[in-house]
Structures are given as C-alpha cells and as structure tokens.
Design a protein around this ligand. Structure first.
Ligand code: HEM
Length: 544
C-alpha cells in the first residue's frame, strides 16, 4: 500500500521528535510549544505539498509523536517498567494532575498502595513509596534532593524561599531558621502564644449560646497569630524568624471575628495554584505565563513584600548581626511567606482533627478531660508548659490526618546518576513521593486497625502488633523536615488544653460529623469544611 509522502515523513518526524526530546529533555515546555507547531508547515513546504493537507499532516505528526511516547512509557524499556501502577498513570501525568486538582490525591495514593503495594508508579516518571526504610533513605541526610515541584510557588522576579532552596543554599538559610526556633527561643515566644490562646478562648466564650464553626475560629487564631506586632520586641540578637513571621503586622482577626484582609483566601489561592502548577514541573514556566496563575503568585508575593516592609519599619531582622549576608527585604518577604504557609493551615488542621477525633470517640474525650483535670487542678496556670505532656491523642490525630498528606516530592534530577534505595534502583529523572497519609496507615507499621483512632497505641507499654515510629513522619525527616515542629507542638498543646479545660464541646445538632473528613482536600496543606460544634463553659479553665 502506497502512503502519500506527507504521511511517511510526518510519521518519521514524530518519531525523531520523540527521540530528540527524550534525549535532550528541555527544562521548559516553552521550547516544545515553539518548535512543534512549525514543523508540519516546514515539512509541507519541503515536500512541495499543498497546504490543504496541513490539518492531516498535523494529525499524522502529533499522532506518531503521541503513540511513540505512549508505547515507550508502557514498554519494558522504560526505566520504571518494573514498578507496578495503573496504565493511565504510566502513560500520562495528566491523570494524577486531575486527581490533584480535585483535592483527593492523598486518597488516590492510598488506593493505589492498597492495590499495588509499597512502590507504585504514579506517573510516567513518578513513584510513590511507603516502605519505611526507603522513605527514611529518601528524606534523610544523603537522600534525594527536593524536586522541581518546589519551584512552583516562586515567581521569576522573587527570591527563593527556604522551601524552594536546596543544597548548600538551603543549609545556609536553614541555619538561620534553626537559630530562631531553638527551645530557648520558643520559650520566649510563649507569652505570645498565651496571649492569642486566651483571646481565642474569650472569643469562643462569647459564642456559647450559638453554633460555632471551629475551623473558622482556629483559622482566625492561626492567621492572626502570625501577624502579631509584639514579635518585633523579640528581635534581640539573632536573625528573627518570628519577626519575619509577624512582619510587624497589625491583623486582629480574632477581635474582628473575621478575616478582614482575606489573608486565608490569599494563602489558599496561592497554595492551590502553586500546588497544581508544580504537578508538571516541565510546564511550570509555561503555566507561569498564564495571566491567572502569574497574577495569583505575584499578588501573594507582593502581599508578603508589603508585610515585610511594615516589618522592617518596626525594626530590621538580624539586629545581632549573626548573618554574614544581611537578609534583604525580598528575602524577608519570601521567608515570611514560607512561614505563613508553613505555620498556619498545618497547625489548625491538626487542632480541628484532634477535636473531631475526640468528639467522635467520647470515651477518649472523657479521658482527656479527666487527665487535664488531674494535671491542672483549679487555680493552676493552664498555660504552665511544664505540665503539658506529650499527648498520645495528638500523635494519633497527626498519624491519621497528617496536615501535609502527600508531602512534596524528592527527585533524582536529570544528569544525576540513578540511586539504589532500599535495594531498588531509581533512575535519573524520577520524582518520588513519600505520602504520609498512606504510610501512616500501612498495616506493616501500625496495626491492628491502622485506620482507627486508638491513642493507646502510643503508650510506652502498648501491646500493639506493629507500632513502628520510623514510619511516622507528619513533620517529614532529614535536612528539610519541619523547622517549626517544636513550636507547633507547644502551640497545639496549649490551645487544646485551654479549649478542653474551658469548654464541654459537642457536635452541633444536625451536623454530619461522619462526613466531615471526606471534605478534607489536599492542596499540599489540607483544607477542611466547617466543623460545627456547641460549647458549654466548664467551671475550670481560664474563664473561671
Ligand atoms: C502541626 C504543625 C506542622 C506540621 C504537621 C508541619 C509539617 C511540615 C512538613 C511535613 C514539612 C516538610 C515539607 C516538605 O518536605 O515539603 C514542613 C516544612 C516546613 N515547616 Fe512545618 N509543619 C507544621 C508547623 C510549622 C510551623 C509552626 C512553622 C513555623 C514556625 C513551620 C515552618 C516550616 C518551614 C519553614 C518548613 C520548610 C523547612 C525547610 O525546607 O527546611 N511549620 N513542615
């Protein structure tokens, strides 16, 4: 059978393009978008064929290119061929991007791991791993670097944040953060946590006659908390993270009872857009050309910058001069943004989940109140941190509802040599997810009943069949783990103690409490629907 020359050459051109793009993978889709559309036109000119065949030439060219890509991705020659996974995910990243856009990537990962085991191919060049040994090697020192995903929230005109940095630059920036969040420094911040927590409790006290959306109030607490102006006073002799966190703000969301400046909306808009954009790093620079995406990222960066300017007016960071290079306004803004995102939705997510778990399990709720009543007898200072113990129910809530359920990916960048992790070879160019949500529910590490809220599994003398804390990573592991975890734990223990000591809480009448976790959407940090409760004042607590 004779094929017209444009069919033969169009097919060949598609195959050659696949070969070249595969070999010299460009870092941006912009190149492909420029190079691909012109080729059929040039082909027709060279073949001296009429332009009436242009449409068919495109079909042949793009068809051959696509088929060749699909065939290679499904073939035994693909470096990830030995890893199991759904065919659609092996063929295209669009499938997981679709799942991500719906906000349920964490549930999808869990489904896949239940079906295929601890190693799953979730994209053409992407793996998800929930083997604890491998996860430790991937995340820990000497493990894999952060993936290109982390560039997604950064507009080209703004400096990198601690989150998007890697290698030595990250280590240097991290030193400054570590200094600002030592245990001694956190003790200095305690009065500020106390102040905001008391304010939260007083606000809730005024609402004991009505139904309260706890998500709303805890959001106001967390966002407002990040912007309290007093933090500037703590800028004594170190690069002052909290100063940058606070920016010298002036937000009084708890007082106003609402997010007047739309800070929450901005944060969520930004994380959503950058999370989605980061799913396909190859098209990141192209996506940033879309006005909506660029506007969202740029607006948020500007927002951070304006707050940093305010912060600088209140006294510049690093008064102690410990940094060789003074943080610039842009750096302060960038890291301030990282702090806002890192510290707000994460903490409130755990607080809400903990309340939900306890109200759903009245026996545990009763025990928690009893424990608090024993530890803090009437007249004791509820904010005495020396009395706050590690609470097992908090760990259990973090296990079942980690606020970053999918976490960001690590990557073996192109040009680096592949790595053997826990005895399995991972080739260059692979992104690797270590989803905490699936890992924490893996029966190999937590059983029996990995999906059930059983705080006693955390007791030192518990007789649970499997309880492997190396698989518990709500704050991640290694050099880029959560720098704010000690601070977060302090804050959460303080708020929960105050809340449970001050109020009897119950789900509001008519509230579908069982459906509440189903509304949890994962856009890097979890977003939740309203948690409706009724509060009754207790005789103890700071309201007594
Ligand atoms: C329950 C509360 C929190 C949880 C569960 C949590 C969890 C995490 C996780 C899993 C990471 C690693 C992310 C990744 O690898 O992509 C992380 C990083 C980070 N967190 Fe947190 N976080 C919490 C609270 C906080 C707080 C209160 C702060 C600030 C005071 C904070 C600041 C940061 C920063 C700056 C990073 C980036 C660290 C780096 O790249 O070196 N987080 N957090």
């Amino acid at each position: 059978m004779d094929f017209p020359p444009f069919v033969l050459w169009g097919t060949a051109l598609g195959l050659v393009n696949h070969f070249l793009f595969h070999k010299y993978e460009p870092s941006s889709a912009n190149i492909a978008l420029l190079v691909l559309p012109v080729q059929p036109v040039v082909l027709l000119v060279l073949l001296r064929e009429p332009f009436s065949r242009l449409f068919y030439t495109y079909v042949v060219f793009l068809g051959s290119l696509s088929l060749s890509i699909v065939a290679y991705r499904l073939s035994p020659f693909h470096p990830l061929a030995r890893y199991p996974g759904p065919v659609i995910a092996k063929v295209t990243k669009l499938w997981s991007t679709w799942k991500t856009a719906q906000g349920y990537k964490y549930l999808w990962h869990k489904e896949l791991h239940d079906k295929y085991g601890p190693y799953v191919r979730t994209g053409p060049d992407e793996l998800s791993v929930i083997d604890a040994t491998a996860v430790c090697q991937i995340l820990n020192f000497g493990g894999l670097e952060k993936g290109r995903y982390y560039e997604s929230g950064r507009h080209k005109d703004t400096p990198p944040t601690i989150v998007s940095l890697s290698g030595e630059a990250h280590t240097a920036r991290r030193r400054a953060w570590n200094r600002a969040l030592t245990s001694a420094c956190i003790r200095e911040y305690e009065p500020l946590i106390v102040k905001r927590t008391s304010q939260l409790i007083l606000c809730l006290r005024d609402r004991t006659h009505t139904t309260v959306d706890l998500v709303h109030w805890l959001d106001l607490f967390a966002y407002g908390f990040l912007f309290f102006s007093e933090c500037a006073e703590l800028t004594t002799n170190r690069y002052d993270l909290m100063g940058d966190l606070a920016f010298g703000g002036g937000f009084e969301m708890l007082r106003d009872g609402r997010d007047v400046d739309g800070v929450g909306e901005r944060i969520r808009g930004f994380t959503k857009v950058s999370y989605l954009a980061g799913q396909v790093p190859w098209i990141l620079r192209t996506i940033h050309l879309f006005p909506r995406v660029a506007r969202e990222i740029q607006q948020f960066n500007n927002f951070g910058q304006n707050l940093a300017i305010q912060r600088m007016k209140n006294g510049a960071a690093d008064e102690g001069g410990l940094e060789k290079q003074k943080p610039t306004l842009q750096t302060s803004a960038a890291d301030g943004i990282a702090a806002v995102i890192g510290a707000s939705d994460t903490t409130t997510s755990v607080l809400n989940s903990t309340v939900w778990f306890l109200l759903s399990n009245p026996e545990y709720y009763r025990r928690v109140k009893q424990e608090l009543d024993t530890v803090f007898v009437d007249g004791d200072d509820l904010f005495d941190m020396s009395k706050h113990q590690e609470l097992h129910f908090l760990n259990e809530a973090l296990r079942l509802h980690p606020p970053l359920p999918s976490n960001g990916p690590r990557q073996i960048h192109l040009g680096q040599s592949g790595r053997t992790i826990a005895g399995r070879f991972i080739p260059e160019g692979t992104s690797v997810y270590t989803p905490a949500y699936s890992l924490h529910r893996n029966p190999d590490y937590f059983s029996p009943h990995p999906d059930k809220f059983l705080p006693e599994r955390w007791l030192p003398d518990s007789k649970f069949e499997n309880h492997d804390t190396s698989a518990f990573i709500p704050f991640s592991l290694g050099p880029a783990n959560c720098v704010g975890q000690k601070f977060a734990k302090r804050e959460m223990l303080m708020v929960l103690s105050a809340l449970f000591k001050s109020f009897d809480i119950r789900f509001a009448d008519g509230f579908d409490s069982e459906a509440w976790p189903m509304g949890m959407q994962d856009f890097f940090v979890v977003i939740r629907g309203p948690l409706l409760v009724n509060l009754t004042r207790r005789h103890h607590g700071i309201l007594a």
